[in-house]
Design a protein around this ligand. Structure first.
Ligand code: GLA
Length: 379
């Protein structure tokens, strides 16, 4: 071998090695399956978007969003508190960024949520003297809020979670301030107003624990009543905050079937699987619950044990086998957060824990085995 050839060969080797090193992040980022591709014949695949993702500050988010998702939901930025913090002040910065992001992704954009008992400032229900508003005044305030938001994003937001969580788990109406002051009229007026402001937008009722038969039946009865009144309701959103062992997939399946049989689109709007022990089981997603941090509730600070990781994969596989079986009834599956580091479950119902509820880890890496195990070709 001539010295010249040797030199050329080693140069080539150096270049290949350098290339591999430089390209490594691209390769690893681009490895594997694209969620929106593997489910393209089944349903939209969405994720909730945080402030840092909407603004672009969390730069690693973009490649994942672009690659995997064709729907997005505003995690917090369109809730009453953040977007309308004072009577005469709206803060649209993040919501605008969220909508722009959705356009860039060519995504089906979901506005979340117009009327809710949480993350809604006290002033909403009160007059300047701090006294409780009368019914008409509260309804007027709500309608003005809807007019402003839905009007601003008309034709850009494709679906609205109009009203969130009006039921208790037993199917009775939650005694929220909305309910105490207006009865159920706030629900009717809200649906009416959103449709008036954007006739093209899809309208949803959204709630947690809809796998519970009493609660699911109450949601279906409400949606049917709305339709009877001539109001638009396209679908019922089952939030889907699940745990490793509960609820049983058969109960999730029964609700998918019941909602669809009643004539509504089914969507799973806030999917995650909590792997951590709960101080008390089965609490759904009531944000009022918060317990002190205790080590026994935070057992996996450096990573999941193998057996829990296996359980997690199996749980997602079981859940998606039901979703795929009923893909004709389901229009969208949205994860509540892009990656484990961004999940609300790190702070609920115990603050400051390390949770692993999603399909992407804290380093923005896909959990490939789980993703493979839920893909339609597996079933
Ligand atoms: C509920 C709400 C969401 C979110 C989650 C937890 O499910 O609908 O907006 O707040 O609780 O964060």
């Amino acid at each position: 071998m001539s010295p010249e050839y040797k030199m050329k060969a080693s140069l080539k080797l150096i270049m290949i090695l350098a290339g591999i090193l430089i390209c490594q992040p691209v390769f690893s980022q681009d490895n594997g399956l694209r969620l929106k591709e593997i489910f393209k014949d089944a349903f939209y695949i969405g994720t909730a978007i945080s402030y840092r993702q909407a603004s672009g500050e969390e730069q690693q988010a973009w490649p994942l969003l672009e690659k995997h998702f064709n729907s997005i939901t505003s995690e917090n930025m369109m809730k009453w508190g953040p977007i309308h913090p004072e009577p005469d002040r709206y803060n649209f910065v993040s919501a605008d960024q969220f909508v722009e992001l959705g356009k860039k992704m060519n995504a089906f954009i979901i506005g979340h949520t117009l009327v809710w008992h949480q993350q809604t400032p006290k002033w909403v229900y009160q007059n300047e003297m701090g006294e409780s508003l009368m019914k008409e005044a509260l309804l007027e305030r709500m309608e003005k809020h809807i007019e402003t938001l839905v009007g601003r994003y008309k034709g850009q937001v494709h679906g609205w979670d109009v009203v969130n969580e009006v039921f208790e788990d037993d199917g009775s109406y939650r005694e929220s301030e909305w309910y105490q002051i207006t009865g159920r009229d706030y629900i009717f007026k809200a649906f009416q107003k959103v449709h008036e402001m954007d006739p093209e937008a899809e309208l949803y009722y959204n709630d947690y624990n809809l796998w519970k038969p009493e609660k699911r039946e109450a949601a279906i009865a409400l949606a049917q009543e709305l339709r009877k009144k001539g109001l638009r309701v396209d679908g019922i959103g089952m939030q889907g905050h699940y745990m490793l062992d509960s609820p049983p997939v058969e109960m999730i399946e029964a609700s998918i079937i019941a909602i669809s049989n009643a004539g509504f689109k089914v969507m799973v709007t806030e999917l995650d699987v909590d792997v951590l022990p709960r101080p008390r089981a089965n609490e759904g997603a009531d944000l009022n619950k918060n317990y002190a941090l205790d080590e026994k509730f935070n057992p996996y600070t450096t990573g999941l044990s193998e057996s829990i990781a296996d359980k997690f994969a199996k749980r997602y596989t079981d859940i998606f086998s039901v979703f795929l079986k009923h893909q004709d009834k389901i229009s969208r599956i949205t994860f509540w957060g892009l990656h484990d580091g961004a999940s609300w479950l790190n702070n609920w119902p115990v603050r400051g824990r390390t949770n692993y509820p999603l399909l992407f880890d804290r380093n923005f890496k896909g959990k490939e085995e789980v993703i493979q195990s839920i893909s339609p070709s597996k079933f």
